[in-house]
Design a protein around this ligand. Structure first.
Ligand SMILES: [Mg+2]
Length: 289
């Protein structure tokens, strides 16, 4: 499935539905990672509903683009996006983190969930997996792409930079890393815990083509993704500036919501906040048209 006609209003509405269902699944689970999942809902919507070449009805289609969620703890946004894309029923989202569920707290390939490419959650490993996949595709003469989602705090893992060096060395132009640059990690601000800046310059020095984009602006993201065909054999990193908890005003930009789920009593307030936020976003869409 590839939706070629860009429509930001449709994408915004889809992202709102995905955020709503992320919250519902987290409440049903009673635990999980709310902040990053909400923060990346727009990027995931952009990928699965506009950018990626994939077929939900045929999850193992050999020519599909692959998405590797290196920051495995934000699994709720991956699961919810996959369900909305049609990989499995929406009802299954309410089994998040339950014993025997295909929706484990961190992605488990062995669970058999359609659309899930690899187990992840041990931070710092996904870019190496993605690099290997991109290298395999090139050896096989394939043109599919590999998208790898990394947290910004995750970049403090040294193995990320081994993979970055390797991907540039092997000139893997069909590898696209996307960094969830919310400037927060489990213990606070990334720049206080272990400084990442100047981040764009670091990736450039490793031989990558770097884009920086507002990860909540579909039109801006579309402009970046539209340029990927021109990157030749240079791997691409997109630094997506995001807001942890985006859409639920009372938890936005609060690192304490990295790994905490709302309680059932909080859900109505969170959903109300989400509705308000969407109404504002929707209004701005119409004003810009
Ligand atoms: Mg972060």
């Amino acid at each position: 499935m590839t939706q070629r006609i860009f429509n930001s209003a449709v994408l915004k509405e889809k992202a709102m539905q995905i955020r709503r269902d992320i919250l519902r699944s987290l409440v049903a689970a009673g635990s999980g990672h709310t902040g990053g999942s909400l923060g990346m809902a727009d990027v995931f919507t952009m990928l699965y509903f506009h950018v990626m070449n994939h077929r939900p009805e045929m999850p193992d289609w050999p020519d599909r683009d692959r998405l590797i969620l290196s920051a495995g703890h934000i699994a709720p946004v991956l699961y919810t996006t996959l369900a909305h894309a049609g990989y499995f029923p929406l009802d299954e989202l309410l089994t998040l983190r339950k014993a025997g569920s295909r929706l484990q707290g961190h992605p488990s390939r062995g669970s058999g969930l359609p659309g899930l490419e690899v187990s992840s959650g041990s931070l710092g490993q996904g870019l190496s997996v993605a690099t290997g996949l991109a290298l395999a595709a090139r050896i096989d003469g394939k043109t599919w792409r590999v998208y790898c989602i990394l947290g910004d705090g995750e970049l403090q893992e040294g193995s990320v930079w081994e993979a970055a060096m390797s991907a540039a060395h092997h000139r893997l132009g069909r590898l696209i890393a996307i960094i969830d640059r919310n400037r927060l990690q489990i213990d606070g601000n990334t720049e206080h815990v272990m400084r990442l800046e100047p981040l764009a310059e670091k990736w450039q020095a490793f031989g990558w083509k770097v884009y920086t984009v507002n990860g909540h602006d579909f039109s801006a993201m579309n402009q970046v993704f539209s340029q990927l065909d021109d990157c030749g054999d240079v791997p691409v990193v997109i630094i997506a500036n995001t807001l942890m908890g985006k859409g639920v005003g009372m938890i936005e930009n609060d690192y304490r919501w990295h790994g905490k789920a709302p309680g059932a009593g909080e859900l109505p307030h969170f959903l109300e906040s989400l509705e308000k936020s969407y109404a504002q976003v929707n209004q701005s869409t119409h004003e810009n048209e």
